[in-house]
Design a protein around this ligand. Sequence first.
Ligand SMILES: Cc1cc2nc3c(=O)[nH]c(=O)nc-3n(C[C@H](O)[C@H](O)[C@H](O)COP(=O)(O)OP(=O)(O)OC[C@H]3O[C@@H](n4cnc5c(N)ncnc54)[C@H](O)[C@@H]3O)c2cc1C
Length: 283
Amino acid sequence: MLIGEGARGSLTKQLIARYDLGAGRDPQKFGIGLKEIWQVDGARFSPGLVRHSFGWPLGRGASGGSFLYHYDDRLVAVGFVVHLSYDNPTLSPYDEFQRFKTHPLMRDTFEGGKRLAYGARAISSGGWQSVPKLVFPGGALIGCAAGFLNFARIKGSHNAILSGMLAAENAHAALAAGRAHDELTAYEEARRGSDIGRDLHKVRNVKPLWSKIGLAVGVPLGGFRHVDQRTLRRFAFRNAEARQERQRRIEAARRSPADNLSQAGWKGLLRQSLVGLLVEHQP
Ligand SMILES: Cc1cc2nc3c(=O)[nH]c(=O)nc-3n(C[C@H](O)[C@H](O)[C@H](O)COP(=O)(O)OP(=O)(O)OC[C@H]3O[C@@H](n4cnc5c(N)ncnc54)[C@H](O)[C@@H]3O)c2cc1C
């Protein structure tokens, strides 16, 4: 049985608890990703344009970023991910996403356009350090159920497909050998040296360093976009315990119940800016 429920699935949570699959691994981290599909005015369409950004409109004590892709027939996919570790419990990821679209670099895109679809989904962002043990008697975790999202690129469908293939190949070999109801250890061992392992290993320090020392230093240091990590190559920084972060949030909210939005108005734009805005064309 291969479990592919996506991030934070109900069966997955039970399996991880029952078989202690998280033992010896860092805790998993989560974010909420919101996405809209727009059909935009032809004059505002730039086929192949890709934009990623970090920060704004999130103020201090919250982190996340955006993506925007121009594709197909005047279609634009735009989305915003907020890490579920923000200090202020009144912060609304949906409202932050809407405010993000008002940024001077963004708002023109949507003028005269029509929103066709929208949705939201949890993402797992712990990466390499937080991947649980993948196998249990008679089954295995695949895709985002296993935490295979490359968080730095907000990209997980490639690893979902690859892990499904890897697990299926190993399950086929086990069944052909007459095995059943045991652990598919070959899949567990294969994934570290596979394309999935290489993909996650490269960006393993982005999230922990971002959480520990902030966006401006943590992300470049962590090796976003595969910057060579000569000094960090042998290290894997740890993802913090979820309960430590929760406690930190509660304490911060007690100290200052003010709405986070006030920190991130237009003045916040200057302070936070769109740190690390990356623009590229992908024909
Ligand atoms: C806003 C956003 C934007 C993203 N953008 C990109 C991108 O541009 N490129 C990219 O590669 N990745 C992107 N991702 C990540 C990508 O969506 C995931 O990595 C990928 O979908 C994981 O595939 P999966 O099959 O593991 O899980 P999912 O795609 O989540 O599929 C799991 C399916 O299982 C179903 N399910 C859950 N529990 C059960 C159950 N108990 N019984 C039956 N069915 C169940 C769910 O309803 C769902 O249909 C994005 C994610 C978000 C949230």
